[in-house]
Design a protein around this ligand. Sequence first.
Ligand code: P6P
Length: 335
Amino acid sequence: MDKSHKTLGEFIIDNQKHFKYSSGELSSLINSIRLAAKIVNHKVNKAGLIDILGASGDTNIQGEEQQKLDIYAHDVFMSALINREIVCGIASEEEDDFITVKGKHHNNDNKYVVLIDPLDGSSNIDVNVSVGTVFSIYRRITPLGMPVKIEDFLQKGSEQVAAGYIVYGTSTMLVYTTGYGVNGFTLNPALGTFYLSHPNMEFPKDGNIFSINEGNYSHFPQGVKDYIKYCQAEENDRPYSFRYIGSMVSDFHRNMIKGGIYIYPTSSKSPKGKLRLLYECNPIAFITEQAGGKATDGFNRILDIQPTELHQRVPFFCGSLNMVKKAESFMKKYP
Ligand code: P6P
């Protein structure tokens, strides 16, 4: 099986020409993420056997209880990214502010910033449900040689040069785009090698899976309530299925393969939504559009939103083109 599949390393080399800016730096950056993914995967896969389950006793800037594996994953990705002379700054869900990386010559001449959710869905770790890492890569916009600034991180999602996720599921996959389509790589744990298993991934234009936490139904905007009722209506020519894992990366990955829509709307409990624009919605939206899907906040394209703060939240409607359009048609009735 593995003989017929290109490795991630070979794929990166073959597609080097696509990285319009990079003389290999972006390739090296993807390689550092590959390494970190293997290390985190190794820990995630044996979480029940070592003292890495449960809460760390700390909370992040969102006031959310940090899991031990959250912090472990954060530390692994930080060291993998910092050790390569490519990144000048990193923003992480687990850090209040961004991290400046001066480089080994302390001259701030690295070109890329990375924004990352080291372990999304981490509340699922203790119950053995899949979790994920999401990352987003930009070129800095402030002058080389100067310390990175907040505006390097607050760029629109349309400016991303690469984005991807790792899903630590029944198998571990790394899925990413550099703006030339979406490709998925599956880890062979015996060899420690990622193989190209899902070339040129495409979001089905239609689907019948909707992913939303219906427990919050009474708190949803009326447009979302109407869309849910539409999906559940008897007269539907195609019965919908409700699938919600509680781990956005896993729900998204399944929907991209089978067709579907993931919605995390505003609610009275989450007035701006729950998902973070910079290191969850933007990278997933980039991948979505590259695969032919659609990602909005219910009204506006996610990649066009001008960020104003590092950890800002937005409502998120993401998935098959025609399903998102349908959901938006209900939202538009209640602007
Ligand atoms: P709720 C995980 O914390 C996450 O950010 C997403 O991965 C997931 O889809 C969502 O939150 C789950 O949130 O409020 O439905 O439990």
